[in-house]
Design a protein around this ligand. Sequence first.
Ligand code: SAH
Length: 201
Amino acid sequence: MTGQAHPEWDASYAAGTPAPWDIGRPQPAFVRLADEGRLTGRLLDAGCGTGENALLAASRGADVTGIDVAPTAIARARAKASERGLTARFEVADALDPGRLSLTADTVIDSGVFHVFGDDDRARYVASLAAVLRPAGACYLMCFSDRQPGTWGPRRVRADELRAAFSDGWAVESITADTFEINPMDAATRVQAWLAAIRRN
Ligand code: SAH
């Protein structure tokens, strides 16, 4: 799929009911990271969707680039930036192939993207992040967790899978239980997540 259109992702942003994850505000976990002063420098939001976490970082002074394969999501993110008077770059681009952006980041954030990839793409994704992140740069990644009961939603990720994915050339500093807020579909409006803080060697 790399380098090709991703109509299935774009369709999830088509008019109508917003996608479960597209909550119209930043994820609380990323607000906490911003409050801790961690969303700084040249920041890449990989798979930024409609840009809420990226715009949060921009509002706190980071030099932000958001990328996503869904053109509709990128168009919304650009519109939000201009409505809010914030400066951030939003580009349609594949996070498995970010080389074309010729971007070097001090910080990378991932809210709900790692867990969409199958095993092969997972390895490519981690290599792509390593290619854009400067040495000693930080990656903050939140993914669906195996602690989430049931089968609804994306693939569950275990903490040991995260450690394995980032075992070569990275230092996993913490993996903590957290939650995603999602749009209400039933009684549960939060789902179990892992929030990982990972530093590139
Ligand atoms: N980070 C956003 C969106 C999470 S949903 C948020 O928190 O709201 C997963 C996102 O990953 C979708 O927007 C989807 O279009 C995007 N995506 C999927 N595969 C991708 C790829 N290879 N490169 C970049 N974005 C991708």
